[in-house]
Structures are given as C-alpha cells and as structure tokens.
Design a protein around this ligand. Structure first.
Ligand code: ADP
Length: 415
C-alpha cells in the first residue's frame, strides 16, 4: 500500500515536474518571442526615428546653407542641369523681384529678366573652364543699369546629376564711386597745390629777373611769396590732418579744456583781420563751467577756422558773435560763430563741409582752400563725438555751431 502511494506520489511529482518544465519551456519561448517582437518593434521604431532625425538634420543643414547664402551681399543664383533655379539668395531675390522661395524650381530664363545675364548663365551650363569665368557686365534690374562683376562656376561634372552652375553677382557701383572720389580728390588737391606754387615761382622769377623796380616793389613781392607759402603750408597741413583722421591715425591729447579761454584767445588772435574790415567781434560766454575733455589745440583750430571764415565772408563793418554755453542736462557744450555776412543758400549748407567745396561766387571775395570746414567736421565729429552744423540765410548771414559732450573721457587715439 505504502509502495502504491509512494509510486503514485512519485508519478504525480514527475508529471508535475514535466508539466512545470513544459510550461516553463513554453513560457521561456513565449518570452523570447516577445522579446524578439519587442526588439523588432524597437529597431523598426529606431530606424524610422533615425530616418526622421536624418531628415531633420538635412533640412536644418539646408536651411543653414541657405541662411549663409542669404547674409551675403553678393547675389547668388544656382541653376541645375535642367536650367531650373535650385537656389537664389536674398540679394538675388531683391534684384529679380522674387522671394528665394518663389524663385526655387522655376526655369531660370523665366525669372532672370536681364537677357544678357540669362544668356550668360545659359551659355555657362554648356561648359565652363575649371577655374570658372569672370566678366563685367552692365545689367539692368528694377529699371536701373548697374555694373556687376559676374562670376560663374560649375559644381559637379557635366554628366553628374548634381551638375549646377553657380552665378555670383557683385555690385561694382561702390568701388567705382570710391575710384571716382579718389581721382577727383587727387585732381582737386593738385589744382589747389599748384595755384600758390605757380604764384610763388612767378614772383621768385620776377625777383631773379630784376623786375622789381625798387625796394618797395621788392617788399611787395616778398609779401606775396610769404602769403602764398603760408597758404601752401596750411593746405598741406589740412590735407595731412584730414587724411590722418580719416585713416584713424590721428593722435589726440585729451585734457580738461576751458573753452571760454580758447574763445578769448581766438578772438584776440583774429582781432587784426577783423579790425582791417572794421568788423565788431563780440563774445557771449555763459557764466557756467565751460570745461570739456578734449584736445585743446584742435578745438582752438576749429574756433579760429569758424571765426576766420566769418571775417572773410562778412563785408566791411559787419558784426560777428562768438557764443559758448553748456547744457548740463545733455552734458554738452554749445559753441556758435554768427555773422552778418553773405550767407549760404539752402542747397549748399551741407556741401560747404565737403573737401575742397567753395561757394563759386565767393572765390573772388577771399582766398581759401575749401578744406577748413571739412577739417572742423572731422575734429568735432570724428575725434570729439560731437556735431557740427550751420544755419544760414542767403544775404543775411550765417551761424556755424558745434556741440561736444562735456563728460567725454576717451577718444579715438592711434599711433
Ligand atoms: P575756405 O578755405 O575756402 O574758406 P572752408 O572749408 O573753410 O574753406 O569753407 C568752405 C566754403 O564755405 C568757403 O569757401 C565759403 O564759400 C563757404 N563759407 C564758409 N564760411 C562761410 C561764412 N561764414 N559765410 C559764408 N560762406 C562761408
């Protein structure tokens, strides 16, 4: 009996173990399958995720590349092997009057409305030398004719699917303008230098030839030579100072400057010229602190220049007023030189600050270089962060003024 019980117990136990084993194996395989399924799902998800990320990266890179093109000032047009626009940057969009998005995918000849440029790009699609092609063309966009440097370059070989022609257009108008200004400057400067030089050499020649009849005549010749030499020196000094300031090479010695004292000194030094023309020179110095942080010599030069002009361009018996005041709200010093002279017409009030500009009708009235006011503007605006200007009525007189910050501590200083 015991044996039977033990045997059946053993059978039950073995069967349970087998069943358990069976179920264990079933479970393990189900788990493995599930893990595999999960793994498959995961990797499928990863692949699509990876593809999505790559897509994002591609789009971001493309946008970055387009953004780089868009910041260029030159116009860039990329045309593919089929003659369609792959990309036109913002500058090109401006010239072609389309947005870069509108231009993309369009046939180039439909968008590029300058026929000369369209045929240049079309010809380039048939082949370009490896170093590309560079030419200058007068192109017409938005009804304006402008000179451009046109640079064409191939990307990829002719047979390759990525073959494209990149066209870069650089506006040459600014370079042309700079070149024109330079040559204009050289011709005006040489003309202005030649005038006193011719006069000096003519008078020296007369002295050498004994053309001066007596001591008085000789003295007169010496005076002309001395005046013209001064004019030449002034011209060269002004020219050098202007170009030094423009090049950022002007050294300025900053110190506490009492502008009231500078005005008194300038009026005293010009008293002789004013007296000769029987002009009255008044000073109106406000009873406030007129101290600024600046270059004393240069500020003195500005005041003398304005005062000397007022004397030169005001007829006999006129009145000149030099006034200085401080605006403690804006922390700036205001100085003005007003005269009852010839005045300047509204179309010339800005021009008088240009290099070599002289009011045509006043050339006979006084000698000059046309550089004084330009130097004043540079000293006030470039070196002292101030502002210079003019209020004038033709035939009634002028009031030249400048303001400079009083609390200014640092300035452009160079070697
Ligand atoms: P310039 O050496 O010829 O005086 P500036 O640069 O000082 O050169 O002045 C430029 C021009 O501005 C002068 O030639 C003159 O025509 C005009 N101008 C300057 N100051 C006055 C003024 N106070 N009244 C009338 N015209 C003036």
């Amino acid at each position: 009996m015991y044996i039977l019980i033990a045997a059946s117990a053993t059978i039950v136990a073995v069967a349970s173990i087998a069943a358990a084993r069976y179920w264990y194996l079933q479970l393990r395989s189900a788990k493995a399958e599930m893990e595999k399924a999960i793994h498959d799902v995961d990797s499928a998800r990863n692949e699509s995720e990876t593809a999505r990320i790559h897509g994002c990266i591609d789009r971001t890179r493309r946008r970055q590349a387009e953004a780089v093109f868009d910041v260029l000032r030159d116009a860039v047009i990329v045309v593919d092997a089929h003659g369609e626009i792959l990309h036109a940057n913002a500058a090109a969009g401006g010239l072609l009057s389309v947005s870069p998005e509108e231009a993309a995918g369009k046939v180039m000849t439909d968008i590029v409305n300058d026929h000369q440029l369209a045929s240049t790009i079309s010809a380039a699609r048939n082949g370009l030398p490896s170093e590309g092609r560079l030419c200058e063309q007068e192109l017409s966009f938005n009804g304006e004719d402008v000179s451009y440097e046109v640079h064409l370059q191939s990307v990829g070989g002719h047979e390759e699917p990525m073959h494209a022609v990149v066209t870069v257009l650089r506006d040459l108008s600014r370079e042309r303008e700079v070149a024109r200004l330079k040559s204009d400057f050289v011709s005006k400067a040489s003309h202005e230098l030649r005038t006193p030089l011719s006069s000096i050499s003519a008078y020296i020649e007369m002295l050498v030839d004994g053309d001066a009849a007596d001591e008085e005549a000789r003295q007169e010749f010496y005076n002309v030579i001395s005046t013209e030499t001064d004019r030449l020196r002034r011209l060269i000094d002004n020219l050098l100072n202007i170009s030094r300031i423009e090049a950022g090479l002007m050294h300025i010695d900053r110190e506490q400057v009492n502008v009231g004292e500078l005005v008194e000194r300038a009026v005293k030094s010009m008293a002789h010229q004013a007296n000769e023309k029987e002009q009255e020179v008044h000073t109106q110095l406000a009873k406030v602190d007129l101290t600024v942080n600046g270059d004393s010599d240069m500020l003195y030069q500005v005041i003398v220049n304005l005062l000397s002009n007022a004397i030169k361009y005001t007829p006999q018996g006129g009145r000149i007023t030099v006034a200085a005041d401080a605006d403690h709200l804006t922390r700036s010093l205001h100085l003005s030189v007003a005269d009852t002279g010839l005045g300047i017409g509204p179309d010339e009030t800005d021009k008088v600050f240009d290099k070599f500009y002289r009011v045509e009708n006043y050339r006979r009235i006084a000698n000059g270089t046309g550089l004084g006011l330009n130097l004043c503007r540079h000293i006030v605006e470039t070196l002292h962060n101030g502002q210079i200007g003019l209020d004038s009525t033709l035939g009634m007189g002028s009031r030249f003024w400048f303001t400079i910050p009083m609390a200014e501590k640092t300035g452009r200083v160079a070697a």
